[in-house]
Design a binder for this molecule. Structure first.
Ligand code: URA
Length: 434
């Protein structure tokens, strides 16, 4: 096979065979296919797309490019993945809920880049907590606590790591088959069998339009069908940040409040819905029954107990979870005030994410160090009534010079109108192969 023939075939709108796709993935992973040919092919895929069989073949080849996480059989197991959003701390709440309902969760999570934070960055804000765990450690933590959240290793789907880095610098990230294959290859390599996908749509998401989010959800569910996974995708609203807290320590504190049953309404609702879908995929009952089980686990405190077990088992200091006032705080803070009377019409999630990143809560390049305490706490949601001069957000940072740009970006994130906006439901749509 010659790479130029594959590029020309896709450029002309042809369909690549599974063997051709594997030739490309293996050759790119082992370095025999250079970046310029891989860039040309990904750009051809960007414009020409891929059919369901091609996307599934790409996913399988990427999943096979490295090791697979094989855990001992431990009964019912479910996994979740979010396409990434601002203030998205759902894993910290959903995994303990599901574990408290008798379904194991062994989740591999990533670091964040850009305006959306990664779950391992959030967990790393807990003093001592380790996410660089061996397969044996993951298995034993899951067996003892029912859940474990570990960082993704270099060995799982290395083709995706290389391809994602290339797509990031060649304007080929926003391609539905490439995103779907990237996400699903990592989930398959991590051994997922019952998978719930939280596909975000709105200003803070990859997919700004809900029709694109639905197409991505469908592409991933189709891959699941091809590969024998049970998959449900919820298309959920990411027009405004999830909850009120953005930034690693601040989000852990909000997750703990939610596990105490006193979290923000939008975050609580989404976590219960995601947990219920995971339980349903594992055959724990109807949607209503699973939602009730998830509510009981959350409001009884059993899910919080699971989270504390997990934190200790991963080497973290669980006293900061039982008393969150012990978390390290930022040295400086600033408030943003409302500029007019009225109602909050919109809070641009992407601008909030960028402002948090400028404060040190996220990375602009993958080498950047994160400041765990930095971030933003919002005082308002879309629909909140405000008066000019009311505080609408507080920003936290370790360096005073971080505030100027962050305050300017965040100030522009709020739109105010004379009438309240029409509420957008948290869960917009659902796609499932079960
Ligand atoms: N997240 C991923 O893991 N891969 C993509 O391609 C996009 C988002």
């Amino acid at each position: 096979m010659r790479m130029t023939d594959l590029i020309a075939k896709k450029r002309n709108g042809g369909t690549l065979s599974a063997d051709e796709i594997r030739f490309f993935v293996n050759g790119y992973t082992d370095g025999s296919i250079p970046d310029y040919q891989a860039s040309a092919l990904t750009m051809a895929i960007y414009f020409r797309g891929m059919g369901p069989a091609e996307t599934a073949a790409l996913t399988r080849a990427m999943a096979d490019s490295g090791e697979r996480l094989v855990l001992p059989d431990m009964g019912l197991r479910a996994d979740k993945h979010s396409t990434g959003g601002v203030g998205d701390k759902t894993t910290l709440i959903v995994a303990p809920i599901v574990a408290a309902c008798g379904v194991h969760v062994a989740k591999m999570s990533g670091r964040g880049l850009g305006h959306t934070g990664g779950t391992t960055d959030k967990l790393s804000a807990i003093p001592g907590l380790r996410t660089d765990l061996s397969v044996q450690e993951i298995a034993s933590i899951v067996q003892n606590c029912g859940l474990c959240v570990a960082g993704s290793t270099q060995e799982l789907a290395p083709a995706d790591k290389k391809l994602y880095a290339l797509r990031d610098v060649t304007a080929t990230v926003d391609s539905i088959p490439l995103i779907a294959a990237s996400i699903m290859s990592k989930k398959i390599a991590a051994g997922a069998q019952n998978l719930v996908l939280d596909v975000k749509t709105g200003s803070g998401a990859f997919m700004k339009r809900s029709a694109d989010a639905k197409a991505l959800a469908k592409a991933m569910v189709d891959i699941g069908t091809h590969e024998g996974l049970r998959v449900t995708a919820l298309i959920t609203n990411m027009d405004a940040p999830l909850g009120y807290a953005i930034g690693n320590t601040l989000e852990v504190i909000e997750a703990v409040q939610t596990l105490q049953g006193i979290g923000p309404q939008d975050l609580t609702e989404l976590c219960l819905q995601l947990a219920a879908q995971m339980l349903q995929l594992c055959g724990k009952g109807t949607q209503e029954e699973c939602l009730e089980q998830a509510q009981n686990a959350l409001f009884s405190g059993l899910a919080l107990e699971r989270f504390i077990w997990m934190v200790s088992a991963q080497g973290g200091d669980s006293s900061v979870i039982t008393d969150t006032s012990q978390f390290c705080k930022s040295r400086f803070f600033r408030s943003v005030k409302a500029r007019a009377d009225g109602y909050i019409r919109r809070i641009d999630a992407e601008k909030c994410g960028v402002a948090a990143m400028l404060l040190g809560a996220g990375r602009q390049t993958k080498e950047d160090e994160i400041d765990p305490a930095a971030g933003i706490v919002l005082d308002v949601k879309p629909g909140s009534a405000i008066r000019s001069g009311d505080r609408i957000a507080t920003l936290f940072a370790e360096r005073e010079d971080a505030f100027a740009d962050a305050v300017a970006v965040l100030g522009d994130a709020f739109e105010v109108s004379d009438t309240p906006p029409k509420p957008i439901p948290m869960v917009i749509d659902r796609v499932s192969n079960v």
